[in-house]
Design a protein around this ligand. Sequence first.
Ligand code: ASP
Ligand code: MG
Length: 417
Amino acid sequence: MKVFKFGGASVKNAEGVRNVADVVKRSGLDDLVIVVSAMGKTTNALEAITWAWLDGRPLNEAVDALEKAHGDILLEVAPEDRTAHVRLGDEFRAMRALLGGKPTKNIDRHYDQIVSFGEMWSSIIVQAHLNAAGVASAWWDARAVVRTDARYRAAGVNWEASAKGAEQFLANAPKSPLRVVTQGFIGSAPDGSTTTLGREGSDFSAAIFAYLLNAESVTIWKDVAGMFNADPHVFPDTKLLERISYREAIELSYFGASVIHPRTLQPLQRKNIPLYVRSFLDAAAEGSTISEATDRDTLVPSFIVKAQQLLISITPRDLSFIVEENLSAIFKVFAERNVRIDLMQNSALAFSVAVDDTPRSRELIQELGKDYQVRYNEACQLITVRHYDEKTLDQLLKDKDVLIEQRSRTTARFVVK
Ligand code: ASP
Ligand code: MG
């Protein structure tokens, strides 16, 4: 059994949905778990609806637009499937009923109940089309398998409970072929309410299914041809990373490469399940393979650029040294305010960090300012180069003002302006 994951961009319209069926057919595979995200920008639209509802702003037009868009696509890709039309209508009715209620204080819980509809709609449409296109598949509610804690919007997987869910799945899913369409991004809390795994969490869902069902591999179908050594929008000559290790891919996504969701790789690595990243636009191309390290791994310099960074420098007001006591107080403020540190460095008198420039980071600066002297530099870039060589670095830093530089054997990092 293999797992295929199709993201929002791959199912953004009728053509995309038809292409999913083509990719499935051409793969020649029978036993497949197909994990889909919400169509196109649906999740963003649902977020906007959630905020409007919480603020008591009108939202009927937005809901109608989503219903029309999804209804039209279904009509195009599975005109005859009456059951699917009824089910899609039921899901919209359920959402409207939710929005007819009064919000409570648990905003994140509301968010998950509403935003998760995007994946329900897309999975109904994709399954209906696969059936119409002659690759019959069952529809599966991912929440019956992916059991989580109750941390809405960033749910943690309960692996034991999910293993039981997977057992039930295997007992009840069709056997030959075992071909199932299910939702990414969503799970269920102990009380049965819907949870989400965090934005862009469908890759992680695919890995969860693969782990629980002991899949042979996971393929993430994207609108790019795999993982590259740099963002093609930023660098002119990018190279495909044909083969890399889990470790390398985890490092790259930790430093900010955005091709796969960072939590995706851990479950796969634990069971040594390879991950393929391939283009749904060019299904014949090999793409990238992420698996155990081999001597064929692609070790070209890789570049990850994070723009809009703040470089914050924190100094005790009495010019005492930066030591464990004040460091732990400083870290506590970052943890409490949920500000992720992308890079840090210290000297005797100053502790410097690079973070994303967000309203939360700005508030953190205010708070630290009460006890410390805080200075910051805005509009910085944090550049990470894996497997660097001097020539590449010279070229890269030619016209840049380097504020911080750090090097290990494999990785060089720079905060520049
Ligand atoms: N639909 C969700 C999102 O847009 C999950 C995903 O796409 O992976 O964040
Ligand atoms: Mg998405």
